[in-house]
Design a protein around this ligand. Structure first.
Ligand code: NAP
Length: 310
């Protein structure tokens, strides 16, 4: 029997997903009708982006799961009408994109690239950059993305400390958890990469108190979510010279308003939420595998823990 897969996201996403999604679902051995206009009571799976028009899940009486196209689920996890299993997006391309953004922006600052790119002709001020071996990096969040970034940085020689909610044991990474673990992880952070989800517990993880724990001259990279940082505290720490640089991909309000002080701050780099993108050719495989699992009665991959909020 054919399964009905509703694609509930914006129209431009459907243009992008229609062909790869149908192809991957067929390749998983599923006979499916995949469309944007299936009556709610006939839908078996909802492929979902939180900016979709679907906000009320109550009419989806026979659906088996909501399969999110995004890694972050903060905009759907608390939806009171959602009682179906909710899976978030994990795919190798999403992870690779994040690794490349994090490594690229760490190396830009580490190697002092801007000084050479912007140097006036004729200036000759040889100063070798520090070595990775002597440059500790802390990664907050050791999930799919944080762990991959931690491995990539450790592979380049950076001593890496990671922090997560539950204690981890990852080769070549110093793993910490809990409040004392956070304080220690920050106290050694020459660079701090935030890859936590947005939950009630992670809001303002970097605030005036925790920023003060970090070594003077620390550099912060946030490709996680804007609310992980108390913006006023970060700006104060930048102005005081305690934080040397912040490279920020995500913000409390997006697009970042033109009048926001981050735009003009000389030691802030802003990127427009492009650290890593869900790409249809890859993420369709994750969606198809979860539909296959649903039909085979196997557990879904990447289920969100509704209590923890991610
Ligand atoms: P994930 O696999 O769910 O990992 C989240 C990590 O954060 C886990 O290690 C988790 O700890 C930890 N964590 C959660 N709450 C915590 C708390 N209260 N205290 C300490 N650690 C906590 O998520 P992911 O796939 O790596 O993605 C991380 C985030 O990246 C997403 O939620 C999203 O916001 C962001 N993101 C951004 C972009 C972009 O383009 N900028 C793209 C994709 C994703 P445990 O391991 O103990 O559970």
């Amino acid at each position: 029997m054919s399964v009905n897969v509703l694609f509930a996201a914006t129209e431009d996403r459907w243009t992008e997903y229609e062909t790869p999604l149908r192809k991957e679902i067929a390749a998983a051995g599923i006979d499916a009708h995949v469309a944007t206009d299936i009556p709610a009571d006939q839908v078996d799976y909802i492929v979902y982006a939180p900016n979709s028009e679907v906000k009320d899940f109550a009419p989806f009486t026979r659906a088996k799961a909501v399969l999110n196209l995004w890694a972050g689920v903060e905009e759907i996890v608390g939806n009171p009408t959602l009682h179906l299993p909710l899976a978030r997006m994990v795919d190798p391309a999403l992870t690779q994109g994040m690794v490349e953004w994090v490594v690229g922006h760490v190396l830009r600052l580490h190697l002092g690239m801007d000084a050479h790119i912007n140097a006036a002709a004729g200036t000759w001020e040889p100063q070798a950059p520090p070595l990775s071996f002597d440059t500790p990096v802390t990664v907050l969040g050791l999930g799919e993305l944080g762990t991959a970034c931690a491995h990539a940085l450790a592979g380049l020689g950076f001593p890496v400390t990671g922090w997560s909610r539950t204690q981890k044991d990852i080769p070549d990474i110093t793993c910490l958890s809990g409040d004392a673990g956070l304080d220690h992880a920050l106290s050694v952070a020459t660079y701090c990469v935030l890859l936590l989800p947005k939950t009630a517990a992670t809001e303002n993880t970097l605030n005036a108190r925790t920023l003060a724990l970090m070594p003077k001259g620390t550099r912060i990279l946030n490709p996680g979510r804007g609310p992980l940082i108390d913006d006023d505290a970060l700006l104060a720490a930048l102005d005081a010279g305690h934080v040397d640089h912040a490279t920020l991909d995500v913000f409390r309000v997006e697009p970042l308003p033109a009048e926001h002080p981050y735009w003009s701050h000389p030691r802030v780099t802003v990127t427009p939420h492009i650290a890593s993108e869900t790409r249809a050719a890859y993420s369709s495989k994750t969606i198809a595998e979860n539909i296959r699992r649903g039909e085979a009665g196997e557990p879904f991959l990447y289920l969100v823990d509704r209590g923890a909020g991610y």
